[in-house]
Design a protein around this ligand. Structure first.
Ligand SMILES: NC(=O)c1ccc[n+]([C@@H]2O[C@H](COP(=O)([O-])OP(=O)(O)OC[C@H]3O[C@@H](n4cnc5c(N)ncnc54)[C@H](OP(=O)(O)O)[C@@H]3O)[C@@H](O)[C@H]2O)c1
Length: 289
């Protein structure tokens, strides 16, 4: 079994490299393969002849994508199309990571894989197009939607950081943190996601899956939990998304239900607070004075 990992130095990619046996993996960074280069994509896949291609590469800067929608489309839609075509040519399974932002957030209960997407931003539109290319071109694929990712490597597309690290850093320089309380999600630890992806692809039960740590919280509640685990007194103000004034519109509610995963009999991921605690432990934050 040969598994080619695209975006291997990213937040999720680096955790996939930790959980996939070394002799099975072909880790590639953008220096080895830029998925916006169609010829290179075909050539690299033909050279390595992987059984499975896992694509974690994306244009991830949700706000910047409003200014540069063509860049988001080039990577998240056209790049994914090239990858799907190359997988078709060599007969490889494509595993692709998508996002909760394909939904508009009008739901009051967790989104199922069967719910209709309705993207509200340039980033979300480009990610949905990527999904559609895969569905149109391939039979053997896994499209995996997740939300609010954080992992040891930090999100390269967001300056090598993530929400947890941002909160910890800001708390050391600001007396009060203002955190959005009217957007609800399921924060997900990339280590847990990587482990579940590996388990899922072994089943060969292809299709669309939601994979998130269980439960839900607002960004505000997420921030409170971080400092509760750290045992630190930090003043956190609830603000609205409108007050935060991000350029891109985000869903108010983008909690995902891992319905398809449970349907095929695989165990659900642990709860988001358990996962957060594990992340803080792994990063060496717990037990510090
Ligand atoms: N982060 C989140 O909160 C979140 C939430 C839901 C879904 N997702 C999805 O989850 C996936 C993984 O996210 P992540 O947080 O692990 O992102 P990340 O840390 O930014 O990793 C993405 C990787 O892709 C590489 N890359 C970017 N453009 C590329 C290109 N044209 N060709 C090849 N490689 C390229 C990046 O390299 P460089 O940085 O060197 O360019 C980086 O190694 C993405 O598909 C994202 O859309 C993320």
């Amino acid at each position: 079994m040969k598994i080619l990992i695209i975006g291997a130095d990213g937040q999720l990619g680096s955790d996939l490299c930790k959980v996939i046996p070394q002799e099975e993996q072909i880790p590639l960074t953008i220096k080895d393969l830029d998925i916006t280069n169609q010829e290179q994509t075909v050539a690299v896949l033909k050279k390595h002849q992987p059984d499975i291609v896992i694509n974690t590469a994306a244009y991830n800067d949700v706000d910047q994508a409003e200014e540069k929608p063509e860049l988001a489309l080039a990577i998240n839609a056209d790049g994914v199309k090239s990858l799907a075509e190359a997988c078709q040519q060599i007969g490889a399974v494509l595993v692709h990571i998508s996002t909760d932002y394909v939904f508009d957030g009008a739901n009051k209960e967790p989104y199922l894989e069967t719910d209709n997407p309705n993207p509200q931003s340039a980033y979300a539109t480009s990610k949905l197009l990527g999904e559609q290319w895969i569905k149109g071109l391939l039979d053997k694929y896994f499209i995996i939607r997740s939300t609010g990712l954080y992992g040891a490597a930090g999100c390269l597309g967001k300056g090598g950081t993530n929400f947890v690290e941002n909160m910890i850093m800001l708390a050391s320089s600001r007396p009060v943190l203002n955190v959005v309380a009217d957007e609800v999600l399921s924060p997900t630890y990339t280590r847990d996601l990587a482990e579940k992806i590996v388990e899922l692809i072994k089943t060969e039960k292809y299709g669309l899956y939601h994979l998130v740590n269980q439960g839900q919280c607002s960004w505000y509640e997420f921030a409170c939990k971080i400092f509760e685990f750290l045992g630190r007194q930090v003043t956190i103000n609830k603000i609205t998304a409108a007050e935060y004034k991000a350029k891109a519109k985000r869903p108010k509610y983008s909690v995902l239900e891992n319905a398809a995963l449970k349907k095929i009999g695989l165990q659900d991921l642990r709860s988001w607070p358990e996962a957060l605690k594990a992340y803080l432990e792994a990063k060496g934050y717990l037990g510090k004075a």
